[in-house]
Write a protein that binds this ligand. Sequence first.
Ligand SMILES: NC(=O)c1ccc[n+]([C@@H]2O[C@H](COP(=O)([O-])OP(=O)(O)OC[C@H]3O[C@@H](n4cnc5c(N)ncnc54)[C@H](O)[C@@H]3O)[C@@H](O)[C@H]2O)c1
Length: 259
Amino acid sequence: MVDSPEGGLSGSRVVVTGAGGGIGAALARAFAARGARVVVNDLDTAKAEAVAAEIGGTAVPGDASTTVTEARDALGGTVDVYCANAGLGSPGTEAADEEVWASAWDVNVMAHVRAARALLPDWLDRGSGRFVSTVSAAGLLTMVGAAPYSVTKHGAYAFAEWLSLTYRHRGIKVHAICPQGVRTDMLTSAGSAGDLVLAPTAIDPEDVADALLAGIAEDRFLILPHPEVAAYYQARAAEPGRWIAGMNKLQQKWEAFPA
Ligand SMILES: NC(=O)c1ccc[n+]([C@@H]2O[C@H](COP(=O)([O-])OP(=O)(O)OC[C@H]3O[C@@H](n4cnc5c(N)ncnc54)[C@H](O)[C@@H]3O)[C@@H](O)[C@H]2O)c1
């Protein structure tokens, strides 16, 4: 993991968006514990400042889409690792409001695109840079009851994959983290679908951070904090119709599940 001039995470300059709580805070803590200099971004200023103070980092509050310039300044001119982690749970069907679809697209996909646009010129000049996308298992599979979330997380996964295959030979590393349930505020607010589908196998945010660090050490693109997701993903690719029939059974179970 060659991210810093010293050749490790120690001293590397890291940005984590949506790091005021949940998975982002766990990523920020894990990088800081390994000696990285961390910029903590969150829309919620107080949360960003609290996590930054705890880990000796720098808070850069605001929308994740607009972090790169300010974060780069705070880190002395360069970002080594950028974690596009901020996300919206965005439940609903095709009937969800236009605003729900638009905000899901903006935060779950376009924030990643805008960050990459701002980061890539410097990274390609230097021949190094690491982009970490917190996607979701919903980006590989799907999430019942959450069309905007499932669709935009597929977009986030596609963008991470595209970045990696386009720039890998130019020194750019990309990781897509695809967990199922993680015990955070987002899971708490996911309602009965979260209770039925995600809560029984939920893990802690620190487990996601551990999985990312292991994936960085092994230079793995796809980070699966729930290893069983690999088999589901294979099953979907091998027999899409059968997989959809199975997911439809889950949908029916959810419809009968107490709200
Ligand atoms: N919790 C889960 O079960 C789960 C599972 C798979 C993937 N994920 C993904 O992990 C990521 C983090 O989610 P979490 O579970 O930690 O959620 P969370 O709600 O606990 O934390 C998300 C943080 O992002 C911040 N945020 C929201 N919009 C923002 C924006 N535009 N700019 C900056 N900050 C913003 C929020 O204020 C919040 O502090 C998301 O991308 C989510 O989709 C979560």
